[in-house]
Write a protein that binds this ligand. Structure first.
Ligand SMILES: Nc1nc2c([nH]c(=O)n2[C@H]2C[C@H](O)[C@@H](COP(=O)(O)OP(=O)(O)OP(=O)(O)O)O2)c(=O)[nH]1
Length: 304
């Protein structure tokens, strides 16, 4: 696989630090599994499962290992579906590594999702999580993990009968209790998966939108350090949630910038950018993006 190819994002980038992020999807039961992080980086946030790629380890092996360590789910390599890469780049200095987070979904696994020292598993409604959230649509306040569906007794393999599981009672993903950029790319990824699933096996290569220019996303350099920005968001739906025509062979690209560092709570004043690029089945690298567009998109606004 090409996951370990070098990514040349911009000349100032010296090093990449590789991470993985796996999102288990139970399509038959219309649900998504996330972990509530109990310790370390991202503590108190929901996220997919993942961690650092160890030396001499492939990205996919790391993704499988981390998923197992944090959730006890067992996945075989062919079941891993590579969806994209998040690149978190500091532009505050030239030495900090780019966080290169390889995003996978998985739809079949063995074992039972189980709470570990690092993550507590929680199921969320897939269909309720497709819309890009705004503060007004988000839950006000935090969803305490105890009020969410946490299961350690689910069937080993996702069952086929959606009528028996109460999945319709599950809440939407609490995007405002995740890393800030997740609320931008994760609904788009989920819509992408659902759309491919509805189209059947021929979906590969059918997505996606062509790259578009930046939306009017509100530069506001003076905004608070914890404010975040979406410079460009391109997806298979327009602002009204309408499905746009699909164009074969085009890729789904968006660029997200945010300030405050990767840990928004730290408010360290750093300035970071995220490019994420998704193809229908595997990632496609950011150098597909016209070079001249990079600097032009360094504008600031707030996440919706
Ligand atoms: N969406 C998103 N995910 C992030 C961000 N930063 C970040 O580390 N992640 C993901 C990548 C990994 O899946 C996870 C962090 O992994 P980790 O620090 O727990 O790594 P690890 O398990 O190897 O660490 P450890 O047990 O050795 O302490 O969080 C971010 O800004 N946005």
């Amino acid at each position: 696989m090409a996951t370990t190819d070098a990514i040349l994002l911009s000349p100032k980038i010296k090093r990449h630090k590789q991470y993985t992020l796996v999102i288990p999807l139970d399509l038959q039961r219309d649900r998504v599994l996330l972990g509530y992080k109990l310790r370390g980086f991202g503590e108190g946030k929901y996220n997919g499962y993942g961690g650092k790629v160890e030396p001499n380890e492939t990205v996919i092996a790391a993704a499988i290992r981390e998923l197992h360590e944090e959730s006890c789910l067992v996945v075989e390599e062919p079941a891993m579906i590579q969806r994209g890469v998040l690149l978190l780049e500091t532009v505050a200095d030239d030495v900090s590594p780019v966080l290169e987070i390889h995003v996978f979904t998985v739809e079949t696994w063995e074992g039972t999702e189980t709470a570990t020292e690092e993550m507590t598993p929680h199921w969320f409604s897939l269909s309720k999580s497709l819309a890009t959230p705004t503060p007004s649509t988000s839950t006000s306040g935090s969803i305490p993990p105890s009020s969410l569906s946490t299961s350690s007794s689910a069937a080993a393999i996702a069952p086929k009968d959606p009528s028996t599981d109460g999945a319709h009672d599950l809440p939407s993903i609490p995007y405002f209790q995740m890393w800030e950029e997740s609320r931008v790319w994760m609904p788009q990824l989920l819509r992408h998966v659902v759309s491919l699933n509805e189209e059947g096996e021929e979906g590969e290569g059918k997505l996606v939108d062509e790259q578009e220019g930046p939306q009017s996303s509100l530069p506001s350099e003076g905004s608070a350090p914890t404010a975040a920005a979406v410079a460009t968001t391109v997806g298979p739906h327009d602002d009204n949630g309408e499905q746009k025509p699909k164009k074969k062979g085009k890729y789904f690209i968006h660029h997200v910038q945010f300030v405050g560092g990767t840990d928004m709570d730290a408010g360290d004043g750093g300035e970071y950018s995220v490019w994420h690029v998704m193809g229908p089945r595997r990632l496609d690298w950011v150098d597909d993006v016209p070079v001249g567009d990079w600097e032009g998109r360094r504008s600031f606004g707030k996440y919706p």
